[in-house]
Write a new protein. Sequence first.
Length: 201
Amino acid sequence: MLTIGLTGPSGAGKGTVASLFSPYGILSIDTDQVYHDLLIPPSPCLDELAERFGQQILLPDGTLDRKILAAHVFAPGNEAELLDLNRITHAYVLDVTRSICRELEAQGCVGVFVDAPLLFESGFDTECDTTLAVLADPDVRLSRIMARDCLTLSQAQARLSAQKPDSYYTERAAHVIYNNTNIEALASDVQRLLAQWGVNF
């Protein structure tokens, strides 16, 4: 089974690109969804986070108070805490992702995208057969995340300013797709990559 690490900045349209490959037997694992599922109590991941950051990160029902945790780890001077958050959560997310990959391979799946915004930061790119970065112009990404997440212009701009530059992805990914227009415009990119990966279409 071909394992493809899929990454790119917010608003680039990674999910849209991945969906275009599903008719050819290449499925997708959304690591953000894996992370959210891991935080449903009872959860060893949640327990470890509470042990590291304190019980105040938990709501009365035992679920994660994302705002409290984010306010703490993203506060100035708390870079070490953010590293600890990523270290803890990445370990759990990658274990589940590996398990899903094994199940899909056993079922005869042709290929799988591991959709991971922090693909290179987590080191999981080294476990993939190849990598694909999806990029888009800043103004395109801005309008997409405003519509998707119901953000104001200033909120969306703040999120974009926190993202890594395109060069971070182009220097690391084996393949790059620019998703600036519509789905139809991506068809040739999809077929080009399928041919390179040896997938019949």
